[in-house]
Design a protein around this ligand. Structure first.
Ligand code: R5P
Length: 314
């Protein structure tokens, strides 16, 4: 059963319910090495067939430390879902190779799932002479592909850089599912930009939500406090679309602890954890992220969201 609904808080499409990738012929799911666990989950969630790929060169291959892929199954006439995040850099090259390998096996249709659209955050030229990385990636990974699905874009406008159908799927219901059975009193947005995420997560988790208000006390001091709810003695979850350097979450968590929060859980769809993010995040009692970028924080999957989104257009 599929029930696509328009989420009133985000204006992004959210897919609810158990969905299968296809009613008739099984969809084949192929993955790059950045996204194997998610792709396997997607095949399971959608009733598709996972097709193995090797990323290791055979002993007689070119000894040049370059990427290599070989899809180990037949795809002729099939609908294929190809899954690969474009992060870190070598995974981009691997994706380009995979698209070529998949196309050469003559599938009927290729849907590209990019769980984390690496290079997607530079969506404009801020300085003269800069590359517009989101556009560069879009223009190159779409070649040989029929449609693109991605998640948690910094700016949904980057979808316009694709010349083929491209959609953004919300990962917030997955965060909400993870928090639903957790001992959490409420969900908090670390800033105004994350309010729509907190609302969406809270809706799925069935918890109240609030946002932190930033007040400047003097030139050097900024204070954060929840706008409505009192955190003293409470167990709270701070939610965001992405944790990058960990600075945003760490600052919020520190304030919440100072205000008496008993337990602070940080949850995001994408966990990049760049630089010394883990040192900063030590202030949190728990950090959780999805499988769009596998890491030690990966605790839940967005496979059901992608499975439902793919099925919704069949
Ligand atoms: C901001 O627009 C995003 O929603 C995140 O809050 C931000 O990217 C997190 O970055 P960091 O972990 O470096 O503070």
């Amino acid at each position: 059963m599929r029930i696509p609904t328009r989420n009133p808080t985000t204006e992004r499409t959210v897919y609810i319910g158990l969905a299968h990738l296809a009613d008739g012929d099984a969809v084949k799911v192929v993955s790059g090495s950045a996204s194997v666990a998610l792709a396997r989950g997607l095949a399971t969630a959608g009733g598709g067939t996972f097709v193995e790929t090797t990323y290791e060169k055979h002993p007689g291959g070119f000894p040049d430390a370059e990427r290599y892929v070989r899809v180990l199954g037949a795809l002729a006439g099939d609908e294929v879902v190809l899954v690969q995040s474009t992060h870190p850099d070598p995974k981009v090259v691997e994706l380009l190779l995979l698209i070529d390998a998949v196309r050469d096996l003559r599938p009927r249709k290729v849907s590209l799932v990019i769980p984390y659209f690496g290079y997607g955050r530079q969506d404009k030229r801020f300085e003269s002479g800069e590359a517009l990385s989101a556009k560069v990636l879009a223009k190159h990974v779409q070649v040989g592909v029929d449609e693109v699905l991605t998640m948690g874009l910094h700016n949904p406008e980057v979808l316009k850089f694709f010349d083929i159908p491209a959609r953004e799927v919300s990962g917030m219901p997955a965060v909400g599912r993870y928090l639903k059975d957790r001992d959490i009193d409420f969900v908090l947005a670390p800033d105004d930009g994350a309010v729509r995420h907190a609302k969406e997560v809270a809706e799925t988790a069935g918890k109240p939500w609030d946002a932190l208000r930033k007040t400047r006390l003097d030139s050097y001091t900024v204070k954060f406090e929840p706008k409505r709810l009192n955190v003293r003695g409470k167990r709270v979850a701070i939610v965001d679309d992405v944790i990058s350097t960990g600075g945003t979450i760490a600052l919020a968590a520190k304030e919440l602890k100072a205000q008496g929060a008993r337990h602070v859980l940080a949850a995001a769809v994408h966990g990049l954890f760049t630089a010394n993010a883990w040192d900063k995040l030590a202030v949190c009692d728990e950090v959780a992220a999805s499988d769009t970028i596998p890491s030690r924080a990966t605790k839940f999957s967005v496979a059901p969201e992608f499975a439902a989104a793919i099925r919704a257009t069949r």
